[in-house]
Design a protein around this ligand. Structure first.
Ligand code: NAD
Length: 497
């Protein structure tokens, strides 16, 4: 049995309470991947103290040198990508191609972008209002960053936080999700082997509900960067608010894809299929609502149903598998509960709807499609986080945009159309942080910021250069080299020299 430790101040150490927990393969729950430390508040204290002690020295390390360590991180992720991808598949169930091609590739891309940022970390110079005065803005680290992440993108999401946080001169305490501790440890090993100094990055495993409050309110943590569900996000925001800690929240969504009557039909079917059912729908960007123009609705329903029914479920390490299991038994039950919810409200289940744990041995759920869905129904409003897609009907472009926007969320929406006027009207009209035109909602390019509006986040952005703003403070500096004390207002003083 592989027993794994916390990593604090450069040492692998057991949790002080002596408790552990297991991580299991959702495709084969009898398979235990390892045993992990069930941390308590005492471990949070130790990790925060280590991060605090290491922070001044790390901030003093020139940014280009910090970047060079991330270059090595990218190289090691390349070298170990097969092993890490297999770990992701075995720990949370997505298919190998997604783990390798998206999760790990995004982490590599993030590290490479950060290498370049180490040679930029751009501030600003601004023209002073006064003669013989110089004004500029410089970036400074925030201090100690606490990173809390979910299990669904267990390499990408920690990388989006840890790499830029480190590059900007912060030290980090990382708590991976309780469903993916081994993947978190593999990432830590990469950082350690790349040369991140002792105390600069620390890891504690365990349950958010047990260590979360101490983690978020700890006197030595300056910022919490959180990705996860809305309820946890609310808890974290209110705890952090009480202590006036900086907090970044990337939360859930109920994304919509509009398919207009002029859409390239096969492209739209393909995009909605993978946007809705990829990673078994367990993505914050999943296109779980498809809003189809009435002129093509019936044809779309037939073609889409055929594709959904042909999806091949299986262990993500088997080459033929297209859709893996859900992450755990609780998630399986939660997704299954929405079938009754939808039917009770009058939606029509066209295909799917069954748990397949008995037949397949893992937490598999049939890809499911609902039609006759009204925008106000719970299955159109709540994030199910499973392979369940709702089709909604729209009678015009304007109506389709209204239906898409009829949600408390706004993360990653899309439209399929060949009409350039509709493209730009949709870009303006969709109330969301990310718009995808003629491509699935899932995924984002490293060059553009990622984040949502409404309940999908609190306004900061991650991915690529945008994350520099998340992990730095701006310091304004004014240097008066006139030698004159300017007593009164800016304008008066400006005329005096
Ligand atoms: P979750 O909120 O249950 O857990 C996320 C993390 O928070 C875990 O590490 C967990 O241990 C920790 N946590 C739980 N309770 C806590 C508490 N009281 N204090 C501090 N930490 C606590 O979410 P989940 O079920 O693991 O992940 C799925 C959710 O994440 C979905 O809603 C999904 O949309 C969202 N998500 C958002 C993005 C994004 O970028 N916007 C990306 C991926 C996933």
């Amino acid at each position: 049995m592989n027993l794994h430790m916390n990593y604090i101040g450069g040492q692998w150490v057991p949790a002080q309470g002596g408790e552990t927990f297991e991580s299991r393969n959702p495709a084969r729950p009898s398979e235990v991947l390892g045993v992990f430390q069930r941390s308590t508040n005492a471990d949070v204290d130790a990790a925060m103290a280590a991060a605090r002690a290491a922070q001044p020295g790390w901030a003093d390390t020139p940014a280009p040198q910090r970047g060079l360590i991330l270059d090595r991180v990218a190289d090691l992720l390349e070298e170990r990508r097969d092993d890490i991808a297999r770990t992701i598949v075995r720990e949370m169930g997505k298919v190998y191609a997604e783990a390798n091609g998206f999760d790990i590739q995004a982490a590599i891309n993030t590290a490479r972008v950060m290498v370049g940022e180490g040679r930029r970390l751009l501030g600003q110079t601004v023209p002073s209002e006064l003669r013989n005065k110089f004004a500029m803005v410089v970036r400074e680290p925030i201090g100690v960053v606490g990173a809390i992440t979910p299990w669904n993108l267990p390499i990408l999401l920690p990388s989006w936080k840890i790499f830029p946080a480190l590059l900007c001169g912060n030290t980090v305490v990382f708590k991976p999700a309780e469903d993916t501790p081994l993947t978190g440890i593999k990432l830590l090993e990469v950082l350690i082997d790349a040369g991140v100094p002792e105390g600069v990055v620390n890891l504690i495993t365990g349950y958010g509900a047990e260590v979360g409050e101490r983690f978020v309110t700890h006197p030595k943590v300056d910022m919490i960067s959180f990705t996860g569900s809305v309820p946890t996000g609310r808890t974290i925001a209110s705890l952090a608010g009480g202590e006036l800690k900086k907090v970044s929240l990337e939360l859930g969504s109920k994304n919509a894809v509009v398919v207009m009557d002029d859409a390239e039909f096969d492209l739209a079917i393909e995009g909605c299929l993978w946007g809705g059912y990829g990673t078994s729908g367990q993505r914050c960007t999943a296109g779980s609502r498809v809003v189809v123009h009435e002129a093509i609705y019936d044809r779309f329903l037939d073609a889409f149903t055929a594709r959904v029914e042909a999806l091949r479920l299986g262990d993500g390490l088997d080459e033929g598998s297209q859709v893996g299991p859900l992450v755990n038994a609780k998630q399986l039950d939660r997704v299954a509960s929405y079938i009754g919810v939808g039917e009770a409200e009058g939606a029509r289940r066209i295909t799917g709807g069954r748990k397949l744990d008995h037949e397949m041995g893992g937490y598999f759920f049939e890809p499911t499609l609902f039609t006759n869905v009204e925008p106000t129904m719970r299955i159109a409003q709540e994030e199910i986080f499973g392979p369940v897609v709702s089709l909604l009907k729209a009678n015009s472009f304007k109506h389709a945009i209204e239906v898409a926007n009829a949600t408390d969320y706004g993360l990653s929406f899309g439209i399929y159309t060949q009409d350039v006027n509709r493209v730009f009207a949709a870009i303006r009209g969709l109330h969301t942080g990310v718009v995808n035109v003629n491509s699935p909602t899932m995924g984002v390019e490293i060059g553009v910021p990622f984040g949502g509006v409404k309940n999908s986040g609190n306004g900061l952005r991650e991915s690529g250069t945008a994350s520099i703003d998340e992990f730095t403070e701006l310091k304004s500096v004014m240097v008066d080299y006139s030698g004159v004390h300017r007593r009164t207002g800016v304008n008066e003083a400006a005329t005096r020299t």
